[in-house]
Every structure is written in structure tokens, then in C-alpha cells.
Design a protein around this ligand. Structure first.
Ligand code: SF4
Ligand code: SF4
Length: 288
């Protein structure tokens, strides 16, 4: 089972929910940080990192001696990463998405394979499972190709262990967030019961609904006064699986980088209930 922990916006407690789930998970599991622009799952899980390797993207390199300036490649590239400038073909590797289309279409074999460093992928162990994360190079704008490199590593670990994966996804609803949840069997949305939180939560529901995956909600910093978010979840048919109250002890735990599920037995039991609700949600969706 692959569980994606996502949120419509940053700062909702998505990472601490993911870390807490990882800490109460019973089967072998890989905790994965797919928030490659700002990975911080390691701050909660404190893994022992065993390996780290560079992740690169294949980008074209032009051979001016062979290029006839036919523009087949420039017509094809929708990202304007290749262009004919005067009497010269120019390649802009930073804009390249690595689709390989230009290499395939060039009739002269005038494009070779170069590479651009995206960042790194690292892996290791947590107290009770595997750990995997991507870290985007400073100045690199494209996170989906690095997420793909992390996912490829994840697939190889899962094929060996047969276990589960808990994905800490990027906040928001843009391409990296949708890309991160795409392979999940269930999406857990962490939301806050504030007007801004509810607005971003609604955007997240709209962005992820077309994927057709079962979704559940964790309401973080829940208070007794405002039930708008709970009502909205009921209207949209998305079950609230856990409410984390807004209190000082929990806020202190956050601030110190603590894992909520490890705070006390009551909190551990609530996250264990959340863990147990996820396969039920998948099963119910399959029979709906
Ligand atoms: S590999 Fe794809 S994105 Fe990159 S320059 Fe070629 S066509 Fe454009
Ligand atoms: S398709 Fe090949 S020959 Fe044509 S402009 Fe591009 S690199 Fe040059």
C-alpha cells in the first residue's frame, strides 16, 4: 500500500503526520520525502543516511558540424530548450525536461546526450523502517524528474521488501504535488480549520479528485468552535480520519521536532487508528 500525505498548503503539519504514521506502522515501510524542494521529514524521523547519489537529467548537446539548422528539434521542443539563433543551434539545458524528443527527431544525428544535475537521492534507515528522500539542487527549478528518480528507488526497495510506502508530498496543488500523489493507493489530506486552510483544502480536493483515489482527511489544530471544515468534508464525502487538537503541549512537541505519535500513549493510539483506517478506506472505495 502506498499512502500519500498531502496538503493544499505548507505548514499544515503534513510532515509530522507522515512521520507519526511511519512511527506506528507495523508492516515494513519506507518513509519517503517527495517534497524535494524543502525536504524535512528527516528532522522528525532522524534517519541514519547510508547512501547518497547524484540525480541527473539527460539533456541534449549539439554538434555544430552536423547540424543543418533544419529546426525539426526546435519545432518539437515545447519548452524552448533548443533554438536556432542566427546560424547556430543553441541548447538551454536549464529549460530542458529531458523528454529525449529532439534527439529522436534529429535526422542528422547532430544531438548527443549530455546531462544536468538535478540534486541528490539519499536513503537509509529509521527506527522502524527504510528512509528515502530527494533533495533538489539550489537553483534547479524542476522537481518532477527528481521525484521520478526517488520513485524509481522506491520501486526497487518495495520489490525487495514487499512493504508499504508513506509519501511526504510537496504542499500545494501544482505539478510536483500531483506528480507525488499519482502512484498512491490512498491520499491523506492534512488540513487546518481556518478560512485560508479551508480554501486551500478545497483546491487540493479539486486537484486530486480527478485521480479517482480514495481520500481521507486529518484536521490539524482542530478547535471546537469552527465546524466548517468538518461540514465541508461531509458534503464532499471525504471522511475525517483524525482530528489533532490545538493545544500547547502538541505545539511544543512540533516546535521541538518531536513525532506526535511518540508523545504519549493516547496520541500513539490515535495514529494507530488512522493507520488501520487506511486499508479500510481503500477497500470501501474498491467496492463503491
Ligand atoms: S530533450 Fe525534450 S525538453 Fe529537452 S530540449 Fe529536447 S525536446 Fe526539449
Ligand atoms: S533537428 Fe538536428 S539538424 Fe535539425 S536543427 Fe535540430 S540539431 Fe540541427
Amino acid at each position: 500500500m502506498i499512502v500519500a500525505v498531502a496538503s493544499g498548503k505548507g505548514g499544515t503539519g503534513k510532515t509530522t503526520v507522515c512521520a507519526s504514521l511511519a512511527s506506528v506502522w507495523e508492516r515494513p515501510a519506507v518513509a519517503v520525502d517527495l517534497d524535494v524542494e524543502e525536504p524535512n521529514l528527516h528532522l522528525f524521523l532522524r534517519p541514519v543516511v547510508r547512501w547518497r547519489e547524484a540525480a541527473t537529467l539527460e539533456t541534449p548537446v549539439a554538434d555544430p558540424a552536423r547540424c543543418t539548422l533544419c529546426r525539426k528539434c526546435t519545432d518539437l521542443c515545447q519548452f524552448k530548450a533548443v533554438a536556432v539563433l542566427g546560424k547556430r543551434l543553441a541548447v538551454f539545458p536549464e529549460m530542458c525536461h529531458g523528454c529525449g524528443g529532439c534527439l529522436a527527431v534529429c535526422p542528422e544525428g547532430a544531438l548527443g546526450v549530455g546531462s544536468r544535475e538535478l540534486g541528490s537521492v539519499e536513503g537509509g534507515e529509521t527506527r522502524n523502517g527504510h528512509y528515502l528522500a530527494g533533495r533538489l539542487r539550489v537553483g534547479e527549478a524542476m522537481s518532477p524528474p527528481l521525484q521520478r528518480a526517488v520513485k524509481a528507488r522506491l520501486a526497487s526497495i518495495l520489490s525487495r521488501t514487499g512493504g508499504d510506502a508513506l509519501l511526504d508530498c510537496p504542499p500545494g496543488v501544482s505539478c510536483p504535488a500531483v506528480n507525488a500523489v499519482r502512484d498512491a493507493h490512498v491520499i491523506l489530506l492534512v488540513a487546518e480549520p481556518t478560512p485560508f486552510g479551508i480554501h486551500d483544502f478545497t483546491l487540493a480536493l479539486e486537484a486530486f479528485a480527478p485521480l479517482g483515489k480514495p481520500m481521507g482527511v486529518v484536521i490539524n489544530r482542530a478547535g471546537h468552535a469552527d465546524s466548517t471544515l468538518t461540514r465541508l468534508c461531509a458534503e464532499k464525502g471525504v471522511p475525517v480520519l483524525l482530528e489533532i487538537p490545538y493545544d500547547r503541549e502538541i505545539a511544543r512537541e512540533y516546535a521541538s521536532g518531536g513525532v506526535l505519535a511518540a508523545m504519549n500513549p493516547r496520541m500513539a493510539a490515535r495514529f494507530a487508528d488512522l493507520r488501520d483506517a487506511l486499508p479500510r478506506l481503500i477497500k470501501e472505495a474498491a467496492h463503491a
